[in-house]
Design a protein around this ligand. Structure first.
Ligand code: PGA
Length: 244
């Protein structure tokens, strides 16, 4: 369906020559809801091509002595409209907490950019049937103080941590019921309706199946988006699939 959101999380992949080839291959994208999130230093090359660009992380202070960080004001100034917040790799390797993530999210929203908030459970949580309670806890803290005015500027990326980069994905009924839980929890507790996308080992082999999940509003794609041929194939399938 045309309105599905596809976020390409290129992580720390590719060097400058890869990027040039990648952009050549990608050409003009005719889909309006595709958001490309390359490594920050390569963003200007993508902006030249008029793609929708997201940054993979942002800091919550406006400016100042914060070596290595990038502010929301700085990204907004160069035309970036989206920011991934709270990706599980940052939670894991850089010890980001739900409280840090909440500060980043509010800063992004207050600057009228769109936040792509990542949440997800560990395998252990899932095995103990604790997925929903973990997600609830993450949402309660990460979304604290969001208001109705932020409604159109929040996308939730449901990414089970055990699925990222592993080739494993939950069953489609499981994804569907978890996404339903997330949507209704947010409506009940924050009185806003947001899009929820799925991420974790999405690839050209499973995208047809995943695209059939009725309540999933799109996908976040990591490893498979770095190969432009695979990524274009995924986009073709996403936007040609009819929901059942
Ligand atoms: P993956 O990553 O597609 O490589 O599993 C997804 C993500 O980290 O957003």
């Amino acid at each position: 369906m045309e309105n599905k959101i596809v976020v390409a999380n290129m992580k720390m992949y590719m060097n400058i020559s890869d990027i040039k080839k990648y952009l050549n291959n990608l050409g003009v994208l005719e889909y309006e809801n595709v958001i490309l999130c390359p490594s920050s230093i390569y963003i200007p090359y993508f902006l030249e091509k008029n793609y929708n660009i997201g940054i993979q992380n942002v800091y919550y202070e406006n400016n100042g002595a914060y070596t290595g960080e990038i502010s929301v004001e700085q990204i907004r100034n160069i035309g970036i409209k989206y920011a991934i917040i709270g990706h599980s790799e940052r939670r894991k390797y850089l010890y980001e907490t739900d409280y840090d993530i909440n500060k980043k999210l509010l800063k992004v929203l207050d600057n009228n950019l769109t936040a792509i908030l990542c949440i997800g459970e560990e395998l252990e949580d899932r095995n103990k049937m604790n997925t929903n309670s973990i997600l609830k806890e993450q949402l309660e803290i990460c979304l604290k103080n969001v208001s109705k005015s932020h409604e159109d500027k929040i996308i939730i990326a449901y990414e089970p941590r055990w699925s990222i980069g592993t080739g494993l994905i939950p069953g489609i009924d499981e994804i569907s019921s978890t996404v339903e839980f997330i949507k209704s929890f947010i409506v009940d507790n924050f009185k806003i309706k947001v899009d929820v996308i799925y991420g974790g080992s999405v690839n050209e082999g499973n995208i047809s199946l995943l695209s059939k999940i009725r309540n999933v509003d799109g996908f976040m794609i990591g490893g498979a988006c770095v190969d432009s041929d695979k990524f274009l194939k995924i986009l073709d399938i996403v936007y040609s699939c009819d929901k059942y």
